[in-house]
Unconditional design. Structure first.
Length: 239
């Protein structure tokens, strides 16, 4: 097809996200013009070397972004008005993009952790403590603790009692879930590293427990800076 790239996609964590990014690039470059109909699922599947369910999920992502709209009986079309929502598609291959993403994440998470320390209630603190304990259990059972890690940070977001931090944090989590999973799985390769990460979590918890916003901010920044470094090491030396 002349309006989309015909290069197949290497298998990775999320084919649908990658396909959505490729289609979006074709739209933004003008290869598929606003108001024009998208190629069929079969055509897109052949172009990218993926199944039709993957194409359907990718198109669903573009529809949720408002970049693609459906017309019953006619198919999917590029929205003439463009995307209507904020987008975030990190690339593991683009190191500069990855660095920019982490700087962005740090700015959000650090501010949220500071506000959580100031605003948290006793029940909020209990929830954070519970998920910190869940991480300890995951470490003892030699599991990667990805879900427990996300629950810990999610509980901190809820402790801000700020709807914007909570909803945007959920958006970030859904968009960078693979990034979080890769960083955590990389950490799980070394018991020493696992314990260092858990020590960072404990420092965050202690600052929130003490309602010390300044130390909570510093502990979150230290943890996320280290997380970025751990991911960079993995990406340079994958096994």
């Amino acid at each position: 097809m002349k309006n989309v790239s015909s290069s197949t996609i290497a298998r990775g964590h999320s084919l649908s996200d990658e396909v959505a990014m490729r289609i979006r690039t074709s739209i933004e470059s003008g290869s598929i013009e606003p108001g024009k109909r998208l190629p069929t699922e079969q055509e897109l599947g052949e172009a990218y070397g993926v199944s039709r369910p993957v194409i359907r999920e990718a198109v669903s992502i573009l529809k949720s972004d408002g970049l693609v709209i459906s017309q019953q009986g006619r198919g999917h079309f590029v929205n003439p008005q463009g995307a209507s929502v904020f987008r975030l598609e990190p690339s593991f291959e683009d190191k500069e993009d990855l660095a920019d993403l982490f700087h962005f994440l740090i700015s959000v998470e650090v501010a949220a952790t500071e506000q959580a320390a100031i605003r948290r209630t006793p029940s909020d603190l209990n929830a954070i403590r519970q998920h910190l304990g869940g991480l300890e259990v995951a470490i003892r059972e030699n599991r990667n603790g990805v879900e427990e890690d996300m629950k810990f940070h999610r509980a901190i977001l809820h402790a801000t009692h700020n709807a914007y931090f909570i909803s945007f944090g959920e958006f970030l989590e859904s968009r960078v879930r693979n990034l979080i999973r890769t960083a955590r799985e990389n950490t799980a390769r070394s018991q020493d590293m696992v314990q260092r990460v858990q020590n960072e979590h404990e420092a965050i918890f202690k600052a929130i427990a003490a309602q010390d916003g300044e130390n909570a901010r510093a502990a979150a920044a230290y943890h996320l800076d280290n997380a970025a470094q751990r991911l960079r090491i993995y990406l340079r030396h994958p096994e």
